[in-house]
Unconditional design. Structure first.
Length: 165
């Protein structure tokens, strides 16, 4: 059973004590509106956008984010990459092309995953859709060298021919 903060008295619809509709309203309309409100709230993921801090590496190789500021946004299944990028850029006053959006996979604090397309947004939602909240890290592109300093990297080995004896 779900309880909604609606109250109907003498044709007035109250929401948290404020009149939001006056006139005749049928119970079916109220139920439909309440169910739509509930469904919308359940299908959104709260994304905590962090920026301005630094990554540090623990002795086990896991990364943690220290400092900076955080803002929260709501992301739905219908969210496209350009919408997400624009909202985050506007929030931080960054240019849309001057930032990178990254996140950790569940139970993996060693590898940051980049969001750069609609498909990446859908994967992000698939991985974290059942979570109530998830962190993303907004990194200004000019500070990508600081990220590289703590992110494990690989180098390609060049084969060396055996020495002649």
């Amino acid at each position: 059973m779900c309880i909604f903060p609606f109250l109907v008295v003498d044709g007035f619809l109250f929401f948290f004590g404020q009149i939001i509709f006056s006139g005749f309203i049928e119970f079916e309309q109220l139920t439909l509106a309440a169910n739509n409100w509930k469904e919308k709230a359940m299908n959104n993921l709260i994304v905590i956008c962090q920026s301005g801090g630094k990554f540090s590496t623990a002795s086990d190789g896991s990364l943690s984010y220290v400092g900076g500021d955080a803002h929260a946004i709501s992301v739905s299944r219908e969210t496209k990459f350009d919408e997400l990028r624009l909202e985050i850029a506007d929030m931080w006053k960054y240019g849309t092309d001057s930032m990178t959006i990254k996140y950790f996979l569940p139970n993996n604090k060693r590898t940051l995953i980049t969001i750069s397309s609609d498909k990446d947004v859908q994967r992000f939602l698939d991985f974290h859709g059942n979570s109530g909240t998830v962190d993303v890290f907004v990194i200004k592109n000019e500070s990508s060298t600081a990220l590289a300093a703590v992110t494990p990297s690989t180098t390609e080995a060049t084969p060396v021919p055996p020495r002649k004896r």
